[in-house]
Design a protein around this ligand. Structure first.
Ligand SMILES: [Fe+2]
Length: 165
């Protein structure tokens, strides 16, 4: 419930979200792969979009992927790059990833930890080195991963509900 500028109450407005991006409770980080985690911030089921932090504590290739919609990133810690480009995104960098691009996310050897905020619309479409489709993620698979993890670590599967809109 919120009141607009005329004092009228509205029931259906989505709730705001205000959380500490890097949580004290390690269990909030959801394992994604070996030494790779994500921390959900906003899981938007109405527009098929999600915001999260990605944390990586190993170097090398993480994934080769395509996204049919735009991605925005902001590097909070560490650095990474795409094999297909000559730039490196390091602490404080903003990255715009245009729709349709195929690229290979890589963390350099001299980076022990990277944390990046990503705002992703649509899906992550994973490819092998021959551009064969090998998997995908969207806001619903992210929610499923969160539920399973939070149940397992004792936070309860509904812990993720606070991030879903
Ligand atoms: Fe990407």
């Amino acid at each position: 419930m919120y009141k607009d500028m005329n004092g009228s109450a509205h029931r259906l407005a989505p709730r705001e979200i205000a959380v500490t991006a890097e949580p004290e409770d390690e269990r909030v980080w959801v394992p994604q792969a070996d030494k790779v985690w994500f921390r959900p911030l906003m899981l938007n089921t109405l527009q098929g979009q999600w915001c999260n932090l990605l944390r990586v504590r190993r170097s090398g290739i993480l994934s080769r992927h395509l996204h049919p919609n735009p991605v925005h990133g902001y590097v909070i810690k560490g650095k990474w790059h795409y094999l297909e480009h000559d730039w490196v995104a390091d602490t404080g960098s903003y990255v715009f990833e245009p729709p349709g691009e195929i690229h290979t996310l890589t963390v350099p050897d001299d980076c022990s930890e990277m944390i990046t905020f990503f705002n992703i619309t649509g899906s992550m479409f994973y490819l092998d080195e021959n551009n064969k489709h090998v998997g995908y993620e969207d806001v619903f698979t992210k929610i499923d991963m969160c539920r399973a993890h939070y149940e397992k670590v004792g936070l309860g599967s509904d812990y993720v509900d606070q991030f879903i809109r």
